[in-house]
Design a protein around this ligand. Structure first.
Ligand SMILES: Cc1cc2nc3c(=O)[nH]c(=O)nc-3n(C[C@H](O)[C@H](O)[C@H](O)COP(=O)(O)OP(=O)(O)OC[C@H]3O[C@@H](n4cnc5c(N)ncnc54)[C@H](O)[C@@H]3O)c2cc1C
Length: 368
């Protein structure tokens, strides 16, 4: 009996759980380790903040999927992988041996700041940490008589979408004194997307009353202030850090070949380039053809990963996967309105939000 260990309940692994529920891997004992019994689908998180969805509508019940697949679920985080002894150590002290391991544990927030800064800021990851903190933040905004200022550090797709959704929530709750400011290192938000779409986003931020502090980086977070790279500072009650993806430290410490940022290098079959008995997909993986850290690629890798894990266990030929060149970006702007980009093409409107809503709900339905 071989032992397959799934590390992380991310977007690719939910496809593996689905495949296992449909048809178990032969002669194989499977264990899933993940710190939470559910996986919050980040694509719908801004909609939860804005008030369009309940948290249950945004949650994939991975412990239930594990039980449906007939596998063991360990609610903990992997802290160490020993590639010689083929075992992992978990935060709960448990040691779990494996023959084949598959890693889909996502990324951390790239703080790029003194870790002490976290005393005055909230990182968007782990998403469960943010989900737990959000009601308290909202309550502080409700109670603040003399105004409440929330700054969002990071002007990528996630930071910009969160700025719109938080502003929408403040408006919905009629918190006229609660403000949102977006801080970004670029001249326009949404770097990497078509310039005209970025200009549209800037105009929408203005229209929604969200100041955009362009070409500035947060360099220090202190009580009541964010110090910025242009030697100015912004008074704010709390900062939300959405500053891009950083690799967790344990994969590179385990001796797995990693890229210069610490993400696990994988072949087109999603196997570690140094340890073929370890597979990786999603944000934690560095594909041969680099791609942005985006859920789309984790989702697309899922069926290939599920197939290749079965193939490696049964001695069959594995499938090769090249991530698509272009990804569809759908960015909601608060009030059931969204922007879309596909390569150089872009559009926006209420219908784009409905389209995004349909795609997100369909994805969730498959795993609910
Ligand atoms: C606000 C926001 C909105 C976003 N919107 C979109 C969008 O609309 N479209 C899009 O394509 N991308 C979006 N993204 C990016 C997207 O969230 C990530 O690219 C995607 O989640 C990566 O998927 P993953 O499977 O690699 O990891 P994740 O989805 O992060 O899942 C990792 C899982 O592993 C678990 N885990 C973590 N550490 C460990 C450990 N040490 N041991 C065991 N388990 C562990 C986690 O708890 C989690 O369950 C958004 C991101 C944010 C922050």
């Amino acid at each position: 009996m071989r032992r397959l260990l799934l590390i992380g309940g991310g977007h690719a692994h939910v496809y593996v759980l689905d495949a296992l529920a449909r048809s178990p891997y032969p002669d194989c004992e499977v264990t899933l380790i993940s710190p939470y019994p559910r996986q919050i689908y980040s694509g719908m998180l801004p909609g939860w903040i804005a008030g369009h969805y309940s948290i249950e509508q945004c949650a994939i019940p991975i412990s239930l999927l594990a039980s449906r697949a007939g596998i063991r679920f360990v609610q903990s985080a992997c802290t160490e992988l020993d590639s010689e002894l083929k075992q992992v150590r978990c935060a709960n002290g448990e040691t779990i041996p494996f023959d084949i391991a598959s890693i889909d544990s996502g990324s951390d927030v790239d703080l790029g700041l003194d870790p002490g800064a976290l005393e005055f800021a909230l990182p968007i990851r782990p998403i469960e940490g943010f989900v737990a903190a959000w009601p308290g933040l909202l309550e502080r905004a409700r109670q603040a008589k003399s105004g409440f200022m929330l700054s969002i550090v990071g002007d990528g797709a996630a930071g910009t979408e969160l700025a719109f959704s938080i502003k929408q929530r403040f408006a919905r709750e009629q918190l006229a004194n609660a403000q949102v400011t977006l801080i970004g290192g670029n001249a326009l938000p949404l770097s990497g997307l078509p310039e005209r779409l970025r200009n549209t986003a800037l105009a929408l931020l203005k229209q929604h009353g969200i100041p955009f502090l362009a070409n500035r980086r947060a360099i220090e977070l202190i009580a009541g202030h964010v110090r910025l790279s242009d030697a100015t500072s912004l008074a704010c009650d709390v900062s939300l850090l959405v500053t891009g993806a950083a690799a967790p430290t344990w994969p590179s410490a385990s001796g797995l070949a990693c890229d210069e940022k610490g993400f696990i290098r994988v072949t087109p079959t999603l196997q570690s380039t140094s340890h073929p008995f370890v597979f990786a997909a999603g944000d934690v993986a560095a594909y041969a053809e680099p791609r942005p850290k985006s859920g789309v690629f984790a989702v697309r890798a899922g069926p290939v990963l599920a197939n290749n894990l079965r193939s490696v266990l049964t001695g069959k030929t594995m499938q090769r996967w090249a991530p698509q060149g272009k990804a569809l970006y759908l960015i909601s702007t608060g009030k059931r309105h969204a922007l879309a980009a596909w390569g150089p093409l872009y559009t926006s409107g209420v219908w784009v939000w409905r389209w995004k809503d349909r795609i997100d709900r369909r994805f969730m339905q498959r795993f609910s």
